[in-house]
Design a protein around this ligand. Structure first.
Ligand SMILES: Cc1ncc(COP(=O)(O)O)c(C=O)c1O
Length: 386
């Protein structure tokens, strides 16, 4: 079993989280500040993935790549065994990331001027990817009660009437919801009724805590109507290796997506991504289970501690390693809260409005870290309120 307790120095490793946050938080110096923002882990990637990458590095030629059958099979098996979604080799389109894949699908399957709907608060690229592609963005707020989100299906259906595509985030970032099968069935029913394409970002699908089950929405829908986005990168901490895939069961959709992809000069994913993906999906299950247990214990400990602080409520998420913290009862504005965290507590968390106006009054804390770091975060958070 991997020792997740090890604290690894990441400064100086080109880590966005540790080396690149001064401009993000407008800081002159990041000295002494603990960053718990961007969604990667401060935990080592699995040994068997690192070994697979090292082994490939022993071969001295790094020419153009071809994704082999074994890697494709590893993806199919993982998706079938973990998400009960049966897919064929040709359904899988490998891409360097979920967000580039999402952009590729939007560009191929919707037109300039079309409306893309999102449920807010939500992962921030869902706002800028459609608008950067000259699509109109429509938002529909999730219903929030005590930091717990549900769909308001009446408002959702109203919004669907003028939309051509809907981007779903399941499990939900930043709220940590794992949408139930019933929720997803209703989303499918309404999207199919109004002829709206579902773009389902399921990058956090493997990070679900006990008592909750991730359902791949594509298993509930007409194959023509859903594109699913997944990756090994969140689960196994491989973001910079850049490996993701979209599942496109419909031949016509696939052709359109591939045509746009080829038109911009893109090719196959990089060779290290292929090796890492195969190793992760072939050998990763026990590691994933250990990771989930570890992160869940971080969640339990941090939630218990933060809930004792005046004005703070933190609900353990259903999944993801992201904790969504409600500070509305403190009465602090976002600016005040961020200043306290950064300058008094020396802690860099994500401000809730990064995920839209519906995120105001919340903070997102990344708990994919050692227990010692999680405990340090409690101390710093507490200090920032004093
Ligand atoms: C919901 C969601 N989608 C996509 C991504 C990023 O995916 P990629 O790095 O593969 O583009 C993230 C990263 O935090 C995420 O939370």
């Amino acid at each position: 079993m991997q020792n997740f307790d090890t604290v690894i120095e990441r400064r100086g490793s080109h880590a966005m989280k540790w080396d690149g946050f001064a401009p993000v938080y407008q800081l002159e110096s990041t000295e002494g500040i603990l960053p718990m923002w961007v969604a990667d882990m401060d935990l080592a990637a699995p040994d068997f993935v690192i070994e697979a990458i090292k082994k490939r590095l022993e071969h001295p030629i790094f020419g153009y790549t071809h994704v082999d059958e074994a890697t494709n099979k590893a993806v199919q098996n993982w998706v079938k065994t973990h998400h009960n979604y049966e897919i064929t080799a040709q359904d899988i389109l490998f891409r360097s990331g979920v967000i580039p894949a999402l952009a590729n699908a939007i560009e191929a399957l919707t037109a300039v001027g079309d409306t893309i709907l999102i449920s807010t608060p939500v992962y921030h690229p869902f706002y800028f990817v459609p608008t950067n592609l000259n699509r109109k963005l429509a938002t529909c707020s999730l219903h929030e009660e005590n930091g717990h989100y549900t769909f308001d299906f009446t408002a959702f259906e109203e919004a669907l009437k003028t939309a051509q595509a809907y981007i779903l985030c399941n499990p939900h970032n930043p709220g940590g919801m794992v949408w139930t099968k019933e929720d997803l069935q209703e989303i499918v029913r309404l999207c199919e009724k109004h002829n709206v394409l579902i773009l389902s970002d399921e990058i956090h699908a493997d990070l679900v805590f006990e008592g909750h089950t991730h359902t791949a929405i594509a298993t509930l829908a007409n194959p023509k109507n859903v594109i699913t986005f997944m990756a090994p990168t969140k689960t196994f901490n491989l973001a910079s290796i850049q490996s993701a895939f979209m599942i496109v069961p419909d031949e016509e959709n696939r052709q359109k997506i591939n045509a746009v992809y080829a038109a911009t000069g893109h090719g196959a994913i990089n060779v290290l991504a292929i090796e890492a993906t195969r190793a992760a999906f072939e050998q990763g299950e026990a590691w994933r289970q250990d990771l989930l247990r570890y992160v869940e214990q971080n969640m339990d400990e941090v939630c218990t501690a933060l809930n004792q602080l005046d004005g703070i409520t933190a609900h353990k998420p259903n999944g993801t390693y992201l904790l969504w913290i409600d500070y509305r009862q403190t009465g602090f504005t976002e600016q005040e809260m961020m200043q306290r965290l950064l300058y008094t507590g020396k802690l860099a968390l994500e401000p809730g409005t990064k995920y839209g106006e519906d995120g105001r009054g919340f903070l997102r804390m990344n708990l994919a870290c050692s227990r010692a770091t999680a405990r340090e975060a409690i101390t710093r958070f507490t200090k920032s309120l004093a």
